[in-house]
Design a protein around this ligand. Structure first.
Ligand code: GLN
Length: 193
């Protein structure tokens, strides 16, 4: 299994380490052509406007749309989740627009810019320590989207078939269970083909 991490901006190194700890091969993705060599990709946290702009500039919008059509899994974390969403509150345009959900940026307010929580997540046996950094939240999901986790009644993780999204940074602790979950998704979808 080869898992790419989109390396245009943001938290790349930590994801690479988590993927390797979870037993898969991690590849740094800098050009869109490299997407042909991988089975799944993580779009990391960072700044969604910046990553979105660079994705457009380097041809990742078309490439990842094609990637998704082939049912290759994509995991968006924090800014990556914003990039996956069909709708971003207050914006007339989306980025990839692949996942049927409406997200709000910086949704936890100034006084809670950054915090941690033990989050129960569907599919994981016990709560995951989740680090939220100027995190977005999911305001609405379409009927094909399964909610995997809520924090104070707000949706913070969801899955739509081969697409996975989390508001928080799952790469900033030693616990790689959500990465293992994603790698299992990649395995499942590569068997279907
Ligand atoms: N607030 C950032 C944005 O809107 C996301 C923050 C993050 O990825 N840690 O892009």
């Amino acid at each position: 299994m080869k898992i790419g991490v989109l390396a245009l901006q943001g938290a790349v190194k930590e994801h690479l380490k988590m993927i390797e700890n979870a037993g898969a091969e991690a590849i740094v993705i800098k050009t869109s052509d490299q997407c042909d060599e991988i089975d799944g990709i993580i779009i990391p946290g960072g700044e969604s406007t910046t990553i979105g702009r660079l994705m457009k500039l380097y041809g990742f919008i078309e490439k990842l749309n094609e990637f998704s059509k082939q049912r290759k899994p994509i995991f968006g974390t924090c800014a990556g989740m914003i990039l996956l969403a069909k709708e971003v509150v207050g914006k007339s345009e989306n980025h990839l627009g692949l996942m049927d959900m409406k997200v709000a940026r910086n949704a936890f307010g100034r006084q809670r810019e950054s915090f941690e929580a033990n989050l129960p997540i569907k599919g994981l046996e016990s709560p995951l320590r989740a680090v939220f950094i100027r995190a977005p939240l999911i305001e609405e999901v379409g009927s094909g989207v399964e909610v995997l986790s809520e924090y104070n009644g707000k949706i913070v993780a969801a899955r739509q078939g081969h697409l996975l999204a989390a508001s928080f940074h799952p790469e900033l602790t030693d616990d790689f269970r959500l990465h293992s979950y994603f790698i299992n998704m990649v395995k499942q979808f590569s068997l279907v083909k």
